[in-house]
Write a protein that binds this ligand. Structure first.
Ligand code: C5P
Length: 396
């Protein structure tokens, strides 16, 4: 329920993607938002107002001249009461209207009369999207401080393939949730590692750590929501990449080390969340090792580089944050790691309930001692950590 209490005015314009707006209303309501739908006349040719009325639980407005509005000021009231005005889908024609400040129907009038932020999810054919006129209009809207969500690339209803599709309803909701988060890391660059690493013994076997990558991905999303430019280096995990994040996939600790060191010097923040294997086999066999029926093979291990400690030792290091997952003596081990790696903050958790859950219990360790956070979903904790990191950056 990430949008509880938020009042969203949703404008639907005429395009085949209007059918996706029905799902969008359902998802917004599921997140706790109140949704007031306003449709252009063209939109009603694709989906009927009754659909949106049933999903939003509110009458749908389509007409500037509705006599049932008490003061005849629907255009002012609808956007005055909203926390955000979202237009999805926004047709090429409607984007052009917005860019030029036209107000010749209810939706364009209430958009012009709004005092709340405006988010626009364009949806149109590839040629219409790439047309210089549309690109000019989009640039104007961006210059006016309008948030443009998408568009995506892919199959189009007209049979073409390319940019112009409206992004999916779930993505619009994620963007809207992100929009409401405080931009405490605006303009900052944040690099983080996530997931396990995998150290090959032979082509089919290896040494790894248990890690779902969920905490790292939650942190990446929270950092992006907070306005940071995020680069995520991750080991083998099956997590979807949050939109707008640069993801670099690696397998081994050495690959992770190389990827991190390529980017670290230009970052404001580095968070080592990955469960990096401390050791790797000194050599990986070229072919699958076979049982010879006699002795078990001995695997010689050598130490992997400590990525976090190396980043912290750079001449002008980013603000470094580490993670420590322990099965016992959490405070003692976490503080020892923090001091050994020369980092200001380490986030610890006791491995009590296994791996891969959606919630976590975290304790922050810094030079002043420890601060337990209330157990919460990983994304919620990740947002709290971003606020903490922003404060540390300010006081650096
Ligand atoms: O493995 P260890 O318990 O030392 O991990 C503590 C922190 O150090 C974690 O943030 C982890 O991502 C980081 N680390 C690293 N490179 C390693 C080992 C750990 O960056 N080789």
């Amino acid at each position: 329920m990430e949008l509880t209490g938020k009042r969203i005015a949703l404008g639907v314009t005429g395009g085949i993607a209007a059918y996706k707006a029905a799902e969008l209303v359902r998802l917004l309501i599921k997140q706790g938002a109140t949704v007031q739908v306003v449709m252009t006349d063209a939109a009603t040719h694709f989906v009927t107002p009754v659909t949106f009325q049933a999903l939003s639980g509110k009458p749908v407005f389509t007409d500037l001249w509705t006599p049932c509005v008490a003061n005849n000021m629907a255009h002012i009231d609808l956007s005055r009461e909203a926390d955000a005005l979202l237009i999805a889908p926004a047709s090429a024609d409607f984007v052009a209207k917005l860019a030029n400040g036209l107000a010749d129907d209810l939706l364009s009038t209430l958009t012009l009369a709004r005092s709340c932020p405006l988010l626009v999810a364009p949806a149109m054919n590839l040629q219409m999207w790439t047309n210089p006129a549309t690109q000019r209009n989009i640039a104007t809207l961006l210059g006016d401080g309008v948030a443009i969500l998408g568009p995506a690339s892919g199959d189009q209803a007209c049979g073409e393939i390319g940019l112009g599709r409206m992004i999916e309803a779930e993505e619009i909701v994620a963007d809207l949730i992100a929009f409401f988060q405080p931009k405490v890391l605006a303009g900052k660059k944040l690099l983080l590692t996530a997931g396990p690493t995998f150290e090959a013994i032979d082509p089919v076997r290896g040494i790894t750590n248990l890690s779902s990558g969920k905490m790292g991905f939650a942190l990446a999303r929270a950092a992006q929501e907070a306005g940071a430019q995020v680069t995520l280096v991750c080991g083998p995990v099956s997590q979807p990449t949050p939109r707008g994040i640069t993801r670099i996939d690696v397998i081994s600790a050495l690959e992770m080390h190389a990827a991190v060191m390529r980017h670290a010097a230009t970052q404001d923040v580095f968070i080592g969340v990955a469960a990096v294997a401390d050791y790797r086999p000194s050599t990986a066999a070229e072919h699958k090792i076979k049982k010879d029926g006699q002795s078990a093979p001995a695997i010689e291990l050598i130490q992997n580089p400590d990525i976090l400690a190396e980043v912290a030792a750079l001449p002008t290091p980013p603000l470094c944050v580490g993670f420590a997952a322990e099965t016992r003596n959490l405070a003692e081990y976490a503080q020892k790691k923090r001091i050994a790696k020369k980092i200001p903050l380490i986030v610890g958790n006791l491995i009590e309930h296994g791996f891969g859950g959606d919630d976590n219990t975290l304790i922050l360790f810094d030079e002043n001692g420890q601060l337990p956070l209330t157990p919460a979903p990983k994304l919620e904790l990740a947002r709290q950590l971003m606020a903490r990191i922003a404060t540390l950056l300010e006081n650096r």
